[in-house]
Design a protein around this ligand. Sequence first.
Ligand SMILES: *Cc1c(COP(=O)(O)O)cnc(C)c1O
Length: 434
Amino acid sequence: MSNLMKEMNFTNSKRLYKKAKGLLPGGVNSPVRAFKAVGGDPFFVSHAKGSKIYDVDGNSYIDYVLSWGPLILGHAHPSVVKAVKEAAEKGTSYGAPHPFEIEIAEMVKNAYPSIEKLRMVNSGTEATMSALRVARAFTGRDRIIKFEGCYHGHADGLLVRAGSGATTFGVPDSPGVPKNYARNTITLPFNDLKAVRDVVKRHYRDIACIILEPVVGNMGCVLPKKGFLQGLRKICDRYGILLIFDEVMTGFRVSYGGAQQYYGVMPDLTCLGKVIGGGLPVGAYGGRADVMEMVAPEGPVYQAGTLSGNPLAMAAGVATLRVLSRKGVFEKILKKAEMLEEGLRDAARRARAKVKFYRAGTMFCTYFTDREVYDYTTAKRADTEKFARFFRGMLRRGIYIAPSQFEAGFLSLAHTDRDIEKTIRAAHDTLKEI
Ligand SMILES: *Cc1c(COP(=O)(O)O)cnc(C)c1O
C-alpha cells in the first residue's frame, strides 16, 4: 500500500505542458487529452509497451485508455511493429493502389457481412461525414437523425445535440457550425423508439438516415435496450431511411463482428476506425453495394484522400486483425474483461460504493450513480466530482483510466491477470478513500 501510494513526480510533464500551452490550443492536439474534466495537468508520454504506458518522469501506468480504443493488442505489439517497419521500408505512401488495401477490405468484409463494399479513409470523423453524404445522395433527402450523447466525430452536421432531449431541430454544439447546417440534424434520446417513430412519421420524406453508436461508448458505455436496434431497423425499412451504425469504437470490440454481430442487426452502412488501424490513423465506411456504388469514381458522390489506404496504416490494420482473428484470441480478451468486471463489482460492494457498471465485450464504464444508465440524461446523473477523485486515486496507484466519467474503458490482449488484480485492488482502495 505505502509503496503504491508514494507521491508521484510530474516535474517533466509540467514543464512540457507549460511549453505546449504556448504552442497548441490548450496544450494538446485533441481536447480530451487535457484532463479538463478531472482537474490537474496531463502527463506526457515517453513510450508505451503492452498494457503499460510510461510518462516522461518515469511513472508507469496500466493503461485502460489504449489510445481511446484502437490498441486491442496492447501498445507496440511485435506483429504490428514488424508490419509497419516492413511497410515503411517499401515506401510510406504511393497514391496508387496496392495489395494491402485488398487484404484489409477482405478481412473487414468477412467479419461484417453487411459490408459489401467499403472505402478506406484517415479517421472516424471522415468516415461518418462521408457516410452521411452517401446516404443523402442515395435517398435524395437532407435531414438525419442522431441520438443525444452519441459522438460521431467533429463534422459540422454531427456536432449537434438538441437540448434536454427535445425532438426539435438541431442547434449546434459548437460555435462555427452554421445554424442552417445544424437544422438538418434531428437529435433524439437514445433507447427511445417512440420518439423516433413520432419524428419519422412526420418527417420521413426528408430523412436520409438514422446514425448511431449501437453501444454508446462516448457517454461511457450505454447499452441498447432489448429491441431498440431491431426497432430502428424496422422503421428504416418501412420508410426508406438508411440505418448507419457508427462502429468506429465498437467494431472489433463488442465482438469481432462488432455490435451488429452481437445484437444480430444489419445496418445499411457501417463506419469503422480505431481498431482497424492498429494504432495508425484510419477510418472506413462501407455497406450495401447499391449504396456504396454511389461513391466516386463508380458513382457521382465525391470523396477522396491523398493518404487514404496508406500502406503503413493498412499494414498495421492487417497485422492487428490477423492476430485478433486467430482462434481463441478475442475470447481471451473477453475473459480478461469478465475478470475485471467481476472484480470491480466485488470491490465496489466491499467498499459500499454506489456505482453502476456496464460492459459490452471488451469495453466498459463505471458510473458514479446508483440508478440505471440508458441514455444521455441518465448518464448525466453520475457524480462527476466523485469520478474525478476516483480518477486521481487510480492514477496515483498506477492505473490510467480515461480522464472523464463519460468515456469507455478498454481491455487488450496485453493485459495480464496480475494487471487486472492490481487494478481491482486499486479500485477497492480508491473507492474506500473517496
Ligand atoms: C472516435 C470516434 C469517432 C471519431 O473518430 P476519429 O478517428 O477520432 O475522427 C467517431 N465515432 C465514434 C463512435 C468514435 O468513437
